[in-house]
Design a protein around this ligand. Sequence first.
Ligand SMILES: [Fe+2]
Length: 470
Amino acid sequence: MHETLLAHPALAGHRRPKIHIVDHATSHAAAAFYCSGFSSAAIVTADGQGDGIATTIARGAGTTITNLASLGITESLGFFYLALTNHLGFELGEEGKVMGLAARAHPAPAPPAFTLTGSGYRANIDIEDSGGDVATFRATVAAWRRWLESNFGPPVPVSYSMDWLRGRIRTTIELDDHHAKVAAAGQAELERVMLHLVRLAVEQTGERRLVLGGGVALNCTANGVIERSGLVDELYVFPASGDAGTGLGAALAVAAAHGERPAGMIDQAGLGPAFSDADIGDLLRQLDLSAVRSDDIATKVVHLLDAGKVVGWFQGRMEIGPRALGHRSILADPRRRVSHTRVNDIKGREQWRPLAPSLRATDGHRYVQTSGSAPFMLTASPVVDEMRAVIPAVVHTDGSCRPQFVTAERNAPFAALLDRFDATCGVPVVLNTSFNLAGEPIVCTPYDAVRTFFSSTMDALVIGSFVVSK
Ligand SMILES: [Fe+2]
């Protein structure tokens, strides 16, 4: 692989750089452990697969990660969940929808998908020896789909239609209670295996702090179960724990090999590009858009939210990872149940999917039962009973939410907005979802934000110090 990279025409005439190869699972583990700030911790990674590995247990200490166990593609938890996702009519990348669906029902009865063992677990499927990672991936997903069909009946039928702008699009999937129960059964199996892995990791490392990496670590419901299990004292999940974080993880692994690592915990996700008011003002002028500039943007937004408006909020550096955390967000009033319906409509999301709250950190535990500091919306936790009626738009069917606790240190403009919302409306909470429409990535640039705003029925766009209305 070195030689292939070094022969690339882009490097012609340049000094040949030194290339380090970091395997996929180590990249996940390194992103999770070195960003946690923990001096030592148990590490569990789980994803589809990379370099033939799907699940690992490891220990991190200082600038060293020691692998303790690895499981291959046929045991992949990510591919089990992908097959479940396909069975329910969704595609790769829509696993989060299945997680949301699972919270709506009790699990359908089924035999265990996995057998837990003293050293790990094993998948209860027969996979023919296929040779090669891609063939094994396909055989594994196909075996799980057969398993799902034999236990839960036929998969959800999916049809497609042609859209003049987007080409081939999937028609709405009709899901009923049975499908929610199937989702819940798969989710319960994932949680059972993840808890077992955490138990093993704690036993094998003697650590009471845990970091999770790999795409499965984006399963907020499983993370919440782990957090509440009592197996560990502290849990850290890196915000880009999917493959988007492996580049950073690989760089951190090489830095660690040279004795360096981040000084403390990475507890805010604003690591991407930022744009100045001058840049934003130039763009708005070029596009001939009327915008109001304000030195007190928080007050303007609070008035809009209090009036039931849905606001695009674009401030500072873009977030790393799939969650919007007050840098590229769509915001609404959590006190109005209709905010949930309206925001899901605006984004083209299914109405059964939950929306999450961002809360002032000092009030977080008044609203949400969690022992964590919830910096990244990666752990689902119960909403305090008497608060469920106060913020109904951000409480899921099962009474849970996926909170972000906001501090001025992590995100000053967003914290100021929550302060002002509390002062005016009596609630230090806003509904916060990612600034994108269905099937599109989160906006990065001011131009992306303007284009998305005018492609939707959002009411206002607050971008830097400017308020753009329709
Ligand atoms: Fe991965």
